[in-house]
Design a protein around this ligand. Structure first.
Ligand SMILES: [Fe+2]
Length: 307
């Protein structure tokens, strides 16, 4: 069962995530639920994973516990990374499974939210085979500290980060906490994080230079730069981590859940063996555009943060 145990201070919160099970609420509009910062939950993942493939995945023991040890699949290149120490046959098998998860997630998203169709790109898929409890990493790379996602190497310019997770562990739940959603956090912290007060300040000049030079990782908008700083700010803010609202969710074995992780502040406390596919959804596809992080920030600073 999913637990919603500890919502310390939730009385003061106006922006917390809810779990929504579309299969038990047929009228629900999935896009709007996600865009409000809620989590779509499917008790039985519709991903058809054979017992043989599951056994193979559970048998993959990654060495080392570094942050970058997730096995990632890049659909656009049909390439797997993070498998340096695996043999050729195992790597090929893993790639086949991750490719099928990626294909399944894309088809599932299309069925679930047809209004997004044609307005997203498929980012990486990953296999998370390391036990999250006790995992060591530098502060800003820790998964067990509440944060919203931002990608250092893939600026989104206001497009959204949507992730589809499946817990393939046969016996152990994957435990998250979520805190306030983006709107509440931005209202409290945007100025501390250094939201650009002037139009054109910050990353635009770098972006122009980088574009001219063809350096992809520099083509960040002020929005992207802010989101990266926000990610680090939350993880490094000890007081926030200690005192923030915490709702605990346990995603049971075999379940699937979907959320905008640029909006739902989340931390993974424990769990091992999960599949995940990331989508970048165009900001133009939003059913509730005013609730997207870039629009929330632009209301605060009063000028555009991306072109
Ligand atoms: Fe995250």
């Amino acid at each position: 069962m999913v637990e919603n145990g500890d919502a310390r201070g939730a009385g003061a919160a106006q922006h917390v995530s809810r779990l929504v099970a579309p299969e038990s609420a047929p009228g629900v509009r999935a896009s709007e639920e996600l865009e409000r910062g809620n989590i779509l939950f499917f008790p039985r993942s519709p991903f058809p994973l054979s017992e043989g493939d599951r056994a193979f995945l559970l048998d993959q023991k990654q060495t080392g516990a570094g942050y970058h040890k997730n096995i990632a699949y890049r659909p656009a290149e049909n390439r797997l990374t993070g498998t340096d120490k695996m043999g050729e046959a195992a790597t090929a098998h893993l790639k086949t499974i991750l490719r099928s998860y990626s294909d399944w997630a894309a088809a599932f998203l299309d069925r679930l939210i047809p209004e997004y169709s044609g307005q997203w790109t498929r980012d990486f898929a990953s296999y998370r085979s390391i036990e999250e409890k006790g995992r060591t990493a530098r502060t800003t790379a820790r998964n067990d500290l509440a944060h919203v996602d931002a990608f250092p190497t893939r600026p989104t310019h206001g497009d959204r980060i949507l992730r589809v997770f499946t817990n393939i562990n046969p016996s152990q739940g994957r435990v998250w906490i979520t805190s306030e959603t983006f709107e509440g956090l931005a209202a409290r912290f945007a100025r501390d994080v250094g939201i650009p007060e002037e139009p054109g300040a910050g990353a635009h000049s770098f972006a122009r230079l980088a574009k001219a030079l063809g350096i992809r990782q520099w083509t960040r908008s002020p929005y992207d730069s802010f989101m990266l700083r926000f990610h680090d700010f939350l993880k490094e803010n000890t007081e926030f981590q200690e005192k923030c609202i915490k709702q605990r969710w346990e995603f049971p074995p075999g379940s699937c859940w979907i959320c905008y992780t640029d909006m739902v502040s989340h931390a993974v406390l424990s769990g091992q063996f999960a599949l995940e596919q990331t989508f970048l959804i165009s900001r133009k596809a939003m059913a509730l555009p005013d609730q997207s992080p870039i629009r929330i920030l632009e209301r605060i600073c009063g000028h555009p943060l991306s072109r």
